[in-house]
Design a protein around this ligand. Structure first.
Ligand SMILES: [Fe+2]
Length: 446
C-alpha cells in the first residue's frame, strides 16, 4: 500500500467557497489486491468519508443527492412501462450507417445507457454464423471433449455447455472485424468523452476486438439465469489510484459533477485479478443475436441508469453497512447488486424487447445487468459476445495476450484455462484477418 499524502484542493473543485483552501485528504490506495481485505476496506472507507467531509458535506448529504436523481430515473422508467412504452432505445442499423439516428434517440440512449441495434447484420448472415459455429465445434469433437464449466459464475447455469469456451471460429472473427461492427462501435464510443485534461483516453475509431465466448441455449432449456451484477471491477474500483481519480467527483463531495460518460483515468489502470475479470476497458458490453429470442425467454435485463454507479459506489459508506463490508463486493467474484443494499435500483431492472437473429444488444460498461431465469425455453437463445473495447493503453496491453492466444488457439488470459481450440486445424488464422482485424489485435501499428 502507498502512504497517503495530503494534496491541496484543485482550484476548479465545485465545493463551498468557504472551504476552498482546506486541504483535501488523499486516499490510501492498493495497486494490487490487498492482503488484508477487511482491514483495507475499513481503511479506505474511513479515508473516503474524511475526504467527502472535507468538502463541507456529509456522506449522507451527497448520497441523498444521488438517491434523489436515481429515484427520479426509476420513476421515469416505471411510468414508461405503465404507458406500455419500450424502455430500451431501439436504433436501426441503417440509420447508424447513414448517420441519420434521430437526436431524440441519441438522447434516450445517453439517458438509458443501453440499446438494441435492429438489423445490425442480415438475419440470414447471423443464422449462417450460428450454423457455422455448430459445424466448427462438432467437426472438432468439442462435445466429446467438454470437461464442464471452467468458471464458477457462468458455470452455475448448468452442467451442459450453454457458454461455449470457443473464441477463434471464422464466424466470430468475421463479425468482430466486419465493417458493420466497427461502425456501430464507433457510434457508441462517440457517446463517451474520450479527450480531456490534454489526454486522449482512447481512440474511438479503433476497436481491440475483445475475444469472448458464445452462448447457445437450446429449446426446452431450464436455466436459473444470472443474478444482478456489474462487470467493471470489484474492490479495485475504490482502492486503486486510477479508479479513485475516475470516480473523483463521487469521492470528494462534488457528486453533481460525476459524468458516467467520462473516460478520464479509466483506460490505463490495473484491475485485481479474478476468474470473471475483464482486463479490457469496454465502453459498452454487447452481444449479437444468433437466433430470434422473445422478451420472456430468459433474456438480458439491465438497470438502465448509467448514473446509478454513483449509488453503488457510495452506498457502502453509509453507517448501516458493516465497517469491513462493501455491500458484498469482494475480489474474485462479480460485483453484486441486491435487494438488500440497492432496493430502488432493482425496481428498474428492465428486459430487452424481442430480438431477431442479427440484432445486437448493448449496455454501458458500469450498468447492472442480469439474465432472467427460464423454464422450458421456446426456441434457441444464441448469442455471440462482442463488446466495444476501443484502443487505449489498457486494451493495447491486453492485446499482447490476445495475440498469443490467437496464434496458439488458446483461451484468452481473461478466461479460464480451457484451450479447446489449440488442436483444431480449421480455427481462424492470421491470413483470415482484414485491416480492422489486424489493427484490432495490434498486428499493425495504426
Ligand atoms: Fe456480466
Amino acid at each position: 500500500m502507498k502512504e497517503p499524502a495530503t494534496v491541496t484542493r484543485p482550484a476548479d473543485a465545485n465545493s463551498p467557497a468557504v472551504l476552498a483552501n482546506t486541504p483535501l485528504p488523499a486516499l490510501p490506495h492498493w495497486e494490487r489486491t490487498p492482503d488484508d481485505l477487511p482491514g483495507a476496506i475499513r481503511q479506505v472507507k474511513r479515508a473516503l468519508r474524511a475526504r467527502i467531509a472535507a468538502s463541507g458535506r456529509t456522506v449522507e448529504e451527497v448520497f441523498a443527492v444521488v438517491e434523489r436523481a436515481v429515484r427520479a430515473e426509476v420513476a421515469d422508467i416505471a411510468a414508461a412501462r405503465e404507458r406500455g412504452e419500450e424502455v430500451w432505445p431501439v436504433i436501426d442499423y441503417a440509420d447508424v450507417q447513414a448517420g441519420t439516428v434521430p437526436d431524440e434517440t441519441v438522447r434516450a440512449l445517453r439517458r438509458r445507457g443501453c440499446l438494441v441495434v435492429r438489423g445490425h447484420f442480415p438475419r440470414e448472415q447471423a443464422l449462417a454464423w450460428d450454423r457455422d459455429i455448430v459445424d466448427y465445434t462438432e467437426r472438432n469433437g468439442f462435445f466429446e471433449a467438454y470437461r464442464g464449466p471452467g468458471d464458477d459464475f457462468f458455470g452455475s447455469v448448468g452442467s451442459r455447455p450453454e457458454i461455449y469456451p470457443v473464441y477463434w471460429s471464422h464466424a466470430q472473427m468475421q463479425a468482430r472485424q466486419s465493417d458493420r461492427m466497427a461502425r456501430v462501435q464507433r457510434f457508441l464510443n462517440a457517446l463517451w468523452k474520450h479527450e480531456s485534461e490534454g489526454v486522449r483516453w482512447f481512440d474511438p475509431d479503433r476497436d481491440s476486438l475483445y475475444p469472448d465466448r458464445i452462448r447457445r441455449r437450446p429449446p426446452g432449456a431450464d436455466s436459473g439465469g444470472l443474478g444482478a451484477h456489474l462487470d467493471p471491477g470489484t474492490l479495485d474500483l475504490w482502492m486503486t489510484s486510477a479508479y479513485q481519480r475516475a470516480f473523483r467527483h463521487l469521492f470528494d463531495g462534488t457528486v453533481e459533477r460525476y459524468d458516467p460518460w467520462d473516460a478520464a483515468h479509466r483506460t490505463d489502470g490495473p484491475q485485481y485479478p479474478g476468474t470473471t475479470m475483464c482486463s479490457a476497458f469496454r465502453t459498452f458490453q454487447g452481444w449479437t443475436a444468433l437466433s430470434d429470442m422473445d422478451h420472456d425467454q430468459g433474456v438480458l435485463h439491465t438497470v438502465p441508469i448509467p448514473g446509478a454507479m454513483a449509488y453503488l459506489m457510495l452506498r457502502p459508506l453509509l453507517p448501516d453497512v458493516p465497517e469491513d463490508d462493501m455491500c458484498g463486493v469482494t475480489v474474485n467474484q462479480v460485483f453484486p447488486a441486491s435487494e438488500r443494499w440497492h432496493p430502488p435500483l432493482m425496481e428498474a431492472l428492465t428486459g430487452i424487447p424481442d430480438v431477431r437473429a442479427g440484432d445486437s444488444v448493448w449496455w454501458h460498461c458500469d450498468m447492472i445487468h442480469s439474465v432472467a431465469p427460464v423454464t422450458g425455453q421456446m426456441g434457441w437463445g444464441n448469442v455471440m459476445y462482442i463488446p466495444a473495447a476501443p484502443w487505449c493503453p489498457r486494451n493495447e496491453r491486453y492485446a499482447a495476450d490476445v495475440r498469443d492466444a490467437f496464434a496458439t488457439g488458446s483461451s484468452p488470459s481473461d478466461f479460464p484455462d480451457e484451450h479447446y481450440e489449440r488442436a483444431w486445424p480449421d480455427r481462424v488464422r492470421e491470413a483470415d484477418l482484414n485491416t480492422t482485424g489486424r489493427r484490432g489485435l495490434g498486428l499493425d501499428l495504426d
